[in-house]
Design a protein around this ligand. Structure first.
Ligand code: MGD
Ligand code: MGD
Ligand code: SF4
Ligand code: MO
Length: 740
């Protein structure tokens, strides 16, 4: 049989080469794909271009999409294995209903939809509209995110809709909006390559934004200096110019300390500040006491490091700030980000080529999903749900009375607290797995168990779906069509590659079917995602994130369009704030003074160690998807407790021993991974696993007062050597390939 050539290995990362799944020796002609479709990887906010190979309505492999400008064909380990989940035997193929005392049984669509509609009607009649909540996600396309907001406000008329981006991007969003006016990366990624000094704060770029690594390296090759702030020396930190092992929660010490030094040495742009900003005097007053010595106590690092960072950042020709959840997952997450952005504005360089700022968006559509009105406080186009003009605009688009649009509702974690208090009685959840991802898991489980009715839409039976009364089989990204907005602010087009298998349905159809049973049917009579997008364009028109001028055709022609794009003949806006024009009505940036304050729970005598948590390269979020992809499971089969040799010695722990990590809320028992790359007073656990292996048994249910993001990055624990847990999967770890 004729053989086709095997494809080239793609990105080589520190875990070794990853090739795609062409069979050894090449495709045989019987296996030759029918077609390849250009689309995007949805396993993180970078949204790399990829071509999927299809045979008989199945994705059988992929090819690089060399021309897509963001990643130029490069992909990371998750990206190249992602398509494998489509064919997994666990795939949900029919609706399921719970039979009390027995478990799930298959049911038909009408029964599942009718039961859900009936529960919605009963709960809302008995307890009011707001007693039924909608929980959504930022992996959804813009069209679905928009539809979910409309479903909650127009069909259910509940104030209580929020999304899993509440665990993710909201601190960055609030800070950026407050200081600069927009909630979006200020620059396209191409500016990173042109920058001469890059500050990376709380972002594990090599593992969580792998393709961005290449942007940093090319900047470095062109002479850029790179500074990294992280309690762990992450892969990227190993080769940078200055690595600062800040203690978790100590970043404001670094940012305010750097600004203190920059003011003292004259490395701020007073002209720019006078012309283009407000509020600097107060910031100047605030940072006066943040001498390097004072700041070093807050940050837990030598004062000389803070001075060195200021020396690199202050006088640089151009400079770029990148931050992620390391500084955002805090009860002072918004303040952390504001202190960082103050540093960007004070140099006066923002808005120039090679200078600016980006929060690295996390989830696939982390950017777009926070613009289309599925946040509890927001209407489409980044509009404010409490603003009368904004409400009026949406009332016109939806053809409803302004007074019928609910007001601001509760945020994600607060919704579970309200369920615990039996104020929320029912919930529909799409694209969220709180039984892994929310802090204080014991409490979250109790909250879910108290719901009178719970429906979940997913493509696998997630840990959360196991608690549902009705489970709807939804669609994978490649089984539907729509747009997302990448970390850069580039709106891109995901093409439908295959049809959903079995009786699984596209998510938007499920929502429209449900809306038709409980709401005004005519307002959900969409026949395609494109029709939803066209309504979204109108809805966002005149708002901050204006998509009016973006059409699917234009996206295809231009390889994506950056918002704001207010007119059909507008090319889009890759770089914001050019010429020092900011997005506030006065056109200025608004500096925000920030004082450091402690975390909700700092280590003490009883619980002396700081626990922080995050990710590994092989797994994605709650792991509901990547824990089903063999090659990724092999790469990292288990969570582990990362600790420094000095701490290990103190605890008499050696590599591979089990340790019990215990907080005031719960515990988990994992193997120890002893590394010199973490501060001796911290331990780190990746969070992609459920139940006994969930670090969220230990994390704290404390939120930022403004953004309502949970404090995932710091709580107090004690750690002790332990016997192996009664969990075979954990015991198997070494045979399955070790800890990493
Ligand atoms: N492989 C992989 N990639 C992903 C994801 C995934 O699950 N897996 N998820 C995507 C999503 S949704 C997101 S939000 C992003 C997250 O991307 P990142 O934010 O880069 O990832 P995290 O591991 O959550 O945290 C980043 C770093 O913060 C550090 N850190 C902890 N506390 C502090 C602190 O107080 N200050 C500072 N400066 N650093 C601190 C941690 O040591 C960690 O290295 O990744 C996206 N990409
Ligand atoms: N301790 C700790 N906890 C954390 C974090 C941390 O750093 N530390 N990080 C937080 C962050 S940044 C995030 S973003 C959250 C993420 O936490 P979650 O949002 O709970 O994680 P996901 O795995 O994305 O859950 C989405 C669920 O929806 C399904 N799904 C995904 N896409 C679709 C779709 O298009 N359609 C349908 N129908 N279903 C879909 C998936 O199978 C999965 O079950 O976790 C947070 N939790
Ligand atoms: S960097 Fe993100 S979008 Fe790109 S291949 Fe990896 S997971 Fe997919
Ligand atoms: Mo995230």
């Amino acid at each position: 049989m004729a053989k086709l050539p095997t494809s080239v290995p793609l990105l080589i990362d520190r875990f070794g080469p990853h090739t795609h799944t062409v069979p050894p020796g090449g495709w045989t002609s019987a296996e030759v794909p029918d077609r390849t479709v250009k689309t995007h990887c949805c396993f993180c906010g970078q949204q790399c271009g990829i071509q999927l190979k299809v045979k008989d309505n199945k994705v059988v492999g992929f090819e690089p999409w060399q021309d897509f400008p963001f990643n130029l064909g490069k992909l990371c380990p998750k990206g190249v294995k992602r398509y494998l989940q489509g064919d997994h035997p666990d795939r949900l193929l029919t609706p399921l209903e719970r039979v009390e005392g027995e478990g799930f049984r298959r049911t038909d669509w009408n029964t599942a939809l009718d039961r859900t509609a009936e529960a919605i009607r009963r709960i809302q009649k008995e307890h009011g509209h707001d007693a039924f909540a909608v929980l959504t996600g930022a992996s959804l396309t813009n069209e679905k995110a928009y539809l979910m907001g409309k479903f909650a406000r127009v069909a259910l008329r509940t104030a209580n809709i929020d999304y899993n981006g509440r665990l993710c991007m909201v601190s960055a969003a609030a800070a950026s909006k407050k200081i600069l006016g927009y909630d979006r990366a200020a620059n396209p990624w191409s500016d990173i390559r042109k920058s001469k000094c890059i500050l990376v704060a709380g972002a594990n770029i090599a593992e969580c934004a792998p393709i961005t690594t290449e942007y940093l390296w090319s900047a470095r090759e062109a002479g850029a200096k790179i500074i990294v702030l992280d309690p762990r020396m992450t892969p990227i930190a190993r080769t940078v110019d200055l690595y600062i092992p800040v203690r978790s929660g100590g970043d404001i010490g670094i940012f305010n300390g750097m600004l203190h030094v920059m003011i003292e040495r004259g490395w701020i742009d007073r002209d720019f500040i006078a012309k283009h900003t407000t509020g600097f005097e107060e910031v100047e007053r605030t940072v006066k006491k943040y001498t390097p010595e004072y700041a070093s106590k807050i940050a837990g690092v030598p004062a000389s490091m803070i001075v060195r960072a200021a020396e690199m950042w202050g006088p640089a020709e151009s400079s770029f700030l990148l931050h992620s959840r390391g500084i955002e997952h805090h009860t002072k997450g918004v303040e952390n980000c504001m202190a960082a952005i103050n540093l960007v504005v004070a140099t006066g360089r923002i808005g120039r080529e090679g200078s600016g700022y980006a929060m690295i968006t996390g989830q696939g559509n982390g950017q777009g999903a926070r613009e289309q009105g599925q946040k509890c406080d927001q209407l489409p186009g980044h509009r404010d749900i409490e603003n009368p003009e904004h409400r009026e605009h949406m009332a016109n688009v939806w053809g409803v009375l302004e007074s019928s649009i609910p007001r601001k509702g509760l945020s994600a974690l607060e919704l579970f607290e309200a369920a615990h208090a039996r104020k929320i009685r029912g919930m529909v959840l799409l694209s969220f797995n709180p039984m892994v991802s929310l802090p204080d898991q014991r409490f979250i489980r109790e909250a879910i168990e108290r719901l009178e009715f719970f429906a979940v839409i997913d493509f696998f039976l997630s840990e959360t779906a196991r608690f549902a009364d009705i489970v709807f089989p939804g669609s994978l990204m490649e089984e539907d069509e729509g747009t997302t907005t990448s970390a850069e602010g580039r709106v891109i087009h995901h093409r439908q590659v295959v049809d959903p298998p079995g009786e699984a349905r596209q998510d938007w159809k499920i929502i429209c079917d449900l809306a038709a049973r409980v709401g005004p049917k005519d307002k959900f009579a969409f026949s395609s995602p494109k029709e939803i997008f066209d309504e979204l364009r109108q809805a966002s028109r005149g708002g901050a994130s204006d998509y009016y001028g973006i059409t699917w055709e234009k996206i295809d022609e231009q390889n994506g369009v950056f918002w704001p794009c207010p007119e059909l003949d507008h090319p889009g806006t890759p770089r914001l704030y050019e010429g020092g024009r900011f997005a506030h009505p006065d056109g200025k940036a608004h500096f925000q003074p920030v004082e450091w304050r402690p975390a909700a729970e700092e280590p003490d005598e009883e619980y002396p160690i700081t626990l922080t948590s995050g990710r590994v390269v092989a797994h994605y979020l709650s792991g509901n998807q990547t824990r089903r992809i063999g090659a990724l499971v092999k790469q990292t089969p288990q969570p582990y407790c990362e600790m420094h040799p000095r701490l290990a010695e103190k605890l008499s722990v050696t590599e591979g021993d089990f340790v019990r990590i215990e907080s005031r809320r719960g515990s988990t028992t994992l193997r120890a991974l002893i590394v010199k790359t973490i501060r001796p007073d911290h331990v780190f656990v990746p969070y992609h696993w459920p139940l006994e292996r969930s670090v969220n048994n230990c994390t704290i249910r404390a939120i930022d007062p403004v953004s309502k993001i949970p404090e995932f990055k710091i709580c107090a624990v004690r750690v002790a050597k332990s016997a192996a847990p009664e969990d075979d999967h954990v015991k198997l770890a070494p045979e399955a390939g070790g800890l990493r």
